[in-house]
Write a protein that binds this ligand. Structure first.
Ligand code: TRP
Ligand code: SF4
Length: 403
């Protein structure tokens, strides 16, 4: 399939430290399938890392390289997906700036992560311009590629949502065609004074605030008109969406289908909980981590029966074990037929088997930094070619053309 006719998928990850099994099962496995189905862009969001790490930038570049090596090691294929670094594609920054001109402050202030993160990362001063703009920068990341799908976790859905609002507003401001608008306005008048006023109000509510209810009411209003031609009805409907020209298409979030990878303590696996198994952990470390995992707290002695439903180890069996192992656990836990260490052994083995080929490829890429640099350079070039097309168009519709 030619790449121009293919839908685009874009996703980014902040280079904040070691990738772990949560990333592998929650994000990367998803990317692995998507790369063969769509035109994919995967990037290291180093500017996004700066929004919280601006006072501690020493590790960012190393984290970027390690993260990209890990992507390659799990099988992200540079022949299929463009792999690049955000700050190497300055078009993201230009679009961010241009979008900032027409983005209401209140839209950014009400994104839930804005306040949540400030509370969660109390030790940091996040009362910065850059941090408030975090979701807008993310919008620019997405819109610069006109991506239709953005694979993200639940916590990022609000950012895709605000991206949709920003695209809609941008198209509303810069996507109209003069002739069309005139005709649409004429058609409005033909509805009669009262209906025309109502139509205008509903249209404004939908376009400026994304109010879907206003949109459906307006569509019903247009449909119910008796005295206007079909052509005018179509104009009025098109005018509602304001999309005579859609310059920046609205993306959708593609929620990661995989169940969340549990952490060693049963909470979601996350660096901030200190409950991870890193892709780069050594076999010994992995063995120690699993062996010291908490189990059903009621099972104090080897002879006490346990309940898998109350045990984080069981969550791991659900990810890693086949039916027969799962049955073995179920039957022997509640009867105290097996000890917890015995129960954990198949998990240790499964993780080691899963990570062995990844570790091998990680070492291989680490030994060949020039190969990794070349892959990223090529990914940056491909990304830039697409990003430039969009920024050209954006400059043009915004009137920033000097020839
Ligand atoms: N904010 C995302 C995260 O923390 C990373 C990110 C930056 C991103 N830009 C993006 C994800 C664009 C998807 C699309 O996970
Ligand atoms: Fe958990 Fe397995 Fe021990 Fe049961 S036997 S408590 S499932 S580790």
């Amino acid at each position: 399939m030619s790449s121009s006719s293919q839908q685009r998928v874009l996703s980014g990850m902040r280079p904040t430290g070691q990738l772990h099994l949560g990333h592998l099962h929650g994000v990367l496995k998803n990317w692995l399938t998507l790369q063969y189905e769509y035109r994919c862009f995967f990037f290291a969001a180093d500017w996004h890392a700066l929004t919280t790490e601006y006072d501690n930038t020493a590790l960012i570049s190393q984290n970027v390289w390690d993260m990209i090596v890990d992507w390659l090691a799990v099988g992200i294929n540079p022949g299929e997906a463009s792999i690049f670094i955000q700050s190497k594609v300055p078009e993201h920054a230009e679009l961010h700036l241009l979008l900032s001109m027409c983005t209401p402050l209140s839209w950014l202030e009400r994104v839930p992560t804005y306040k949540d993160q400030q509370v969660k990362l109390k030790e940091k001063d996040l009362a910065t311009y850059g941090f408030l703009g975090y979701p807008l920068l993310q919008s620019a990341d997405i819109l610069i590629y006109k991506a239709s799908m953005v694979p993200v976790g639940e916590d990022q859905v609000a950012h895709v949502e605000v991206t949709r609002e920003i695209a809609r507003r941008f198209n509303y401001l810069y996507g109209r065609e003069h002739n069309f608008e005139e005709k649409a306005r004429d058609a409005t008048r033909k509805m009669g004074k009262k209906n025309a006023k109502l139509y205008k109000e509903l249209r404004k509510r939908y376009q400026e605030k994304g109010d879907d209810e206003a949109l459906s009411t307006a569509i019903a209003l247009v449909d119910s008109q008796q005295n206007i031609t079909l052509g005018d009805k179509k104009r009025l409907l098109g005018y509602l969406e304001g999309d005579t020209k859609t310059i920046l298409p609205e993306p959708s979030a593609l929620l990661t289908p995989m169940a969340k990878m549990p952490g060693l303590d049963g909470q979601k696996m996350s660096k901030s909980y200190g409950n991870t198994i890193a892709l780069r952990d050594s076999p010994n470390t992995i063995q120690d981590k699993v062996r010291t995992m908490p189990t059903d707290p009621a099972r104090m002695r080897r002879t006490d029966p346990g309940d898998p439903a109350k045990c984080p180890v069981w969550q791991f069996h659900k990810v890693y074990s086949n039916d027969s192992v799962q049955t073995w656990v179920q039957e022997n836990c509640i009867t105290a037929g097996i000890g917890c260490l015995e129960c954990k052994q198949p998990i240790i083995e499964a993780i080691l088997v899963e990570l062995a080929p990844i570790r091998e490829k990680t070492n291989q890429y680490t030994d060949e930094p020039e190969t990794v640099r070349a892959i990223v350079n090529e990914g940056c070039e491909k990304a830039r070619a697409t990003a430039r097309e969009t920024i050209e168009e954006v400059r043009q519709v915004m009137g920033l053309v000097y020839r």
